[in-house]
Every structure is written in structure tokens, then in C-alpha cells.
Design a protein around this ligand. Structure first.
Ligand SMILES: Nc1ncnc2c1ncn2[C@@H]1O[C@H](COP(=O)(O)OP(=O)(O)OP(=O)(O)O)[C@@H](O)[C@H]1O
Length: 233
């Protein structure tokens, strides 16, 4: 396992608003997300988890400090370059699945490649699709799939471009515990078998046990960083 940083922040500060209503969502956060590892970000509501994820993924700029994807300092990039970087080098999984309703599961999986103008590596697409176990559901639209199946499509979609990092925001938040455990098993598998780097925001201590490390935030600061068991199902 390499320990290069797939992504990292340096003294990251994020302030929303100004004056008396200003909120410091990130307060001097320096954290590393090692390559090929599964990191969980935990902490109470309002502690800055989503803000950290959004800033590290290049969705939202910092007020001060730096955030890097590999060697790329995101603060130096234009909006166009950031969009390109997100399409080519970052994968996303959201709590609410965010699949396109008019596309089939298979079309949703290859959409990021189409958007990035990348020719699909069919062997890779077949492998990630087989891994998430959708079988004959691939020709179905999201409304014809269970929540667990939809989120598995979202994971396959995130893996399609072989991104440097997948950021997952409460990916099991809308799933029952069985579907949630299955999904976490897939994320774990992607790290173990494909050396995928994953950063997952979660409230759930059981979900965090699937990760290799936990970064805990409180009031916009890192209050704990610890290794976990990396639970394998
Ligand atoms: N767009 C925004 N404008 C103003 N304040 C914001 C904005 N986004 C977040 N905040 C504030 O920043 C702080 C951190 O929010 P954030 O969403 O990052 O926390 P979180 O730990 O992800 O919370 P939750 O677990 O409830 O999703 C909170 O006080 C929140 O109210």
C-alpha cells in the first residue's frame, strides 16, 4: 500500500458569510487522504464534514489555506480547469444517488466518460459493473431499481473514470442496514481490489468501521485521527 497523498489540505479555513453572521465552517484543517486508502470523515452535525469534502473535491473554494489533489493546488485553477479536474480525476457518490432518471443504469455508469470525452475501456466498465452485481438490471432506469441498486449504479459510475479520489457524502444515508452494509462492502472492495482512494462522510460508526482511518471533526477542527479495522465483509 502506498502512502502518497491522493488529496490533502493545508491550514484550510472556510468562512461562510461575513460580519456578525459569519460562520467558520473549517478552522485551520490540515489533513491527508492517503492514496489507496478508505478514509471516513465523522463528527457532529455542523462540524464541517460536508464543507471539508466540497473544498477538497474542488466544488467550493477555501477562504484561506490550500487544498491539493495529488500535486495540483486547486486554488491556482480557473473554474473551467476545476470543472475539467472534477470530471477527469474525481468521482462522487451522494446520499440521494443523483442518477439521471431518463438514462438506463448502464448509460448512467458511462455518463462521466461521455462528459469527459473519454472512450470507455469496456473491460474496465464490465469489471466494475460485474463487481457491483447489477446483472440483468443494467438496462433498467433508476425508478425501476431499489435504493440499494441505485446506489450501486452510482458507485460504478464513480469508478468508471478511475478517479484519483471518490468522495462519498453519507452514501448509506438513504439505505436500510442490509443494503447499506452491501454498499460499504463494495466500497471496501474497490479499495482492496482496485486500489481506489475513497473519502466518505458519515454519521454512522458502523459505516466508519469499513474505512482504514477516521478523521473526526468538531467545530471545524480536526479533533481525532485514528486507524480503524477496515472491516471486510
Ligand atoms: N452555504 C453555506 N452558507 C452559510 N453557512 C453554511 C453553508 N454551508 C454550511 N454552512 C455552515 O457551516 C457549518 C458546517 O456545515 P457542514 O454542512 O460542513 O457541516 P456537516 O458536519 O457536514 O453537517 P451535517 O452532518 O449536518 O451535514 C455549519 O455551521 C453550517 O451551518
Amino acid at each position: 500500500m502506498t502512502t502518497d497523498a491522493a488529496a490533502r489540505t493545508e491550514r484550510a479555513r472556510k468562512i461562510y458569510g461575513r460580519g456578525e453572521t459569519a460562520v467558520t465552517a473549517l478552522d485551520d484543517v490540515t489533513v491527508t487522504f492517503p492514496s489507496g486508502q478508505f478514509t471516513a470523515i465523522m463528527g457532529p452535525s455542523g462540524s464541517g464534514k460536508s464543507t471539508l469534502m466540497h473544498c477538497a473535491a474542488g466544488l467550493d473554494p477555501l477562504t484561506s489555506g490550500r487544498t491539493y489533489l495529488g500535486e495540483t493546488d486547486l486554488s491556482t485553477l480557473s473554474d473551467t480547469a476545476l470543472t475539467k479536474l472534477r470530471r477527469e480525476r474525481v468521482g462522487f457518490v451522494f446520499q440521494s444517488f443523483n442518477l439521471l432518471p431518463t438514462l438506463t443504469a448502464a448509460e448512467n455508469i458511462t455518463l462521466p466518460l461521455a462528459l469527459a470525452g473519454i472512450t470507455p475501456d469496456q473491460d474496465w466498465i464490465d469489471l466494475v459493473t460485474a463487481t457491483v452485481g447489477l446483472g440483468n438490471r443494467l438496462g433498467h432506469r433508476p425508478s425501476e431499481l431499489s435504493g440499494g441498486q441505485q446506489q450501486r449504479v452510482a458507485v460504478a459510475r464513480a469508478l468508471a473514470t478511475r478517479p484519483d479520489v471518490i468522495f462519498a457524502d453519507e452514501p448509506t444515508g438513504n439505505l436500510d442496514s442490509a443494503a447499506g452494509a452491501e454498499l460499504l462492502g463494495f466500497l471496501r472492495h474497490a479499495v482492496d481490489e482496485f486500489r481506489q482512494t475513497i473519502v466518505m462522510v458519515t454519521h454512522d460508526p458502523i459505516a466508519a468501521e469499513y474505512a482504514d482511518a477516521v478523521v473526526r471533526l468538531a467545530d471545524g477542527r480536526v479533533v481525532e485521527e485514528r486507524a480503524t479495522s477496515g472491516l471486510r465483509s
